[in-house]
Design a protein around this ligand. Structure first.
Ligand code: FDA
Length: 395
């Protein structure tokens, strides 16, 4: 009979890291995955270089950088296994990295170096079983029985690390949520996060010609705002600023976009008017914004004609259109392109220190399957490492 100290479901970021840490502690571990290759999201992330953590993450800002019903839940794991701890692991393995911006750390070479390191860690004493589907997980007197396509395994502990629903074509599945529900655990509403947003047909008719244009922007939803690049697409809006705000946005909500953050468009237009008032108002705005975007903003403000024909009130109206542009996306591109799933196994069902279900002793949930979703920029992998490490200390 195949008996282990713990069976880990999912050989992604959290499952592999948890397995490698537990094996290093001398535990007998099996890590199962239905996919043929382990750690696919690590491999494809960050354009193949994996934004593996964020060095700006602190205990003070962590509650702000993770979306959850209870943003304080993640603090325990995040402060016991920090970004510095992950950097130390990567340094010890001789994997070179660099900082891009906003504290985001990427590998100099391929992300597969980290996958290889974690796989070696698991295989140093544990079993990695790929192409293995989990058919059932049942509680027994001794713990759990895991029925798989390759046989039945037993362990006193099961760690669910099957991630979220994004990118089904590389193995994502709602398995972890269903398993939680099977054991009577609450799962919060799930939706795509870090995802491009889409416009309705009539809005697209105006914005689609701008497809491919990127501008620095401040995108706000209520009091939450992000200053990053915004990209017009043939479906709507994307770019880091949109991906970030998408984790807070709900269907029906509008966004306020400042297309020239930190600048005073009205004053800049007034200065151009003082020098060359005879130019068309859209030509003047095109000196401050990409030309096609300037045309759109002038049209949306309902203005036309020469710059000199417009008083300060009209310039303020145009500036408001450019700097407090109201857009109402109708949806998102969904799990096909979303980087993460917002929501998941409810944090009040889990012990923050061990990630063990309070009502099902021996059953742990780590990584993205939990209702903890980070900002863009390495925060989601750090949650995977930290939550995996926390569970690995007790399995
Ligand atoms: P993960 O998805 O890594 O692993 C889950 C594993 O479970 C998979 O191997 C899957 O095959 C397996 N599985 C699912 N259902 C199963 C079943 N029924 N039976 C058996 N196995 C099953 N984050 C970040 O911090 N920096 C970044 O640069 C990026 N970039 C990025 C790019 C792209 C394109 C995506 C889609 C995502 C990112 N992310 C990211 C997010 C990051 O990849 C994600 O949060 C982590 O991989 C989550 O780790 P988990 O181990 O929880 O799930």
């Amino acid at each position: 009979m195949d008996t282990y100290d713990a069976i880990i479901l999912g050989a992604g970021a959290a499952g592999l890291f948890c397995g490698a840490e537990a094996v290093a502690r001398g535990r007998r571990i099996a890590v199962l995955d239905h996919a043929a290759r382990p750690g696919e999201k690590i491999r494809i992330s960050g354009g193949g270089r994996c934004n593996f953590t964020n060095r700006d993450l602190t205990r003070q800002n962590a509650t702000d950088r993770f979306v959850s019903e209870n943003p304080r839940f993640a603090l325990s794991a995040l402060s016991r296994f920090t970004a510095a701890d992950m950097i130390a692991r990567v340094d010890a393995a001789g994997i070179a990295w660099h900082e891009k911006h906003l504290g985001q750390l990427f590998f100099d070479g391929k992300a597969s170096q980290l996958v290889d390191l974690l796989v070696e860690g698991v295989q140093a004493g544990g079993a990695l079983r790929l192409g293995t589907s989990v058919e059932a997980v049942r509680q027994t007197e001794a713990g759990f029985e895991v029925v798989t396509s390759e046989g039945v395994l037993h362990a006193p502990r099961v760690v669910v690390a099957t991630g979220g629903k994004s990118i089904p074509k590389i193995g994502a599945s709602p398995f972890g949520y269903r398993l939680a529900e099977q054991f009577g655990l609450r799962v919060t509403e799930t939706r795509p996060g870090l995802v491009p947003l889409t416009f309705a047909e009539q809005d697209l008719a105006r914005t689609a010609p701008l497809s491919g244009i990127a501008v620095p922007a401040r995108v706000a939803h209520g009091k939450r705002s992000f200053d990053e690049a915004l990209l017009f697409t043939h479906r709507g809006l994307s770019g880091p600023a949109i991906l970030q705000i998408s984790s807070y946005w709900r269907e029906g909500d509008s966004l306020t976009i400042d297309l020239a953050p930190g600048r005073d468009i009205a004053a800049e237009l007034a200065a151009i008017r003082a020098e060359t008032g005879r130019i068309a108002i859209h030509t003047a705005l095109a000196r401050l914004l990409p030309e096609k975007l300037a045309h759109l903003i002038v049209a949306e403000a309902g203005l036309s004609g020469r710059l000199a024909d417009h008083g300060n009130k009209a310039l303020a109206q145009l500036a408001a259109q450019a700097q407090a542009w109201q857009v109402r996306p109708v949806g998102s591109e969904g799990y096909r392109t979303a980087e993460v799933t917002v929501g998941g196994v409810a944090t009040d069902e889990l012990d923050a220190k061990t990630l063990e279900a309070k009502r099902v002793p021996g059953l742990h949930f780590i990584g993205e399957v939990v209702d903890v979703t980070g900002w863009l920029g390495g925060y989601n992998f750090q949650w995977a490492w930290s939550s995996a490490w926390a569970a690995a200390q007790v399995i």
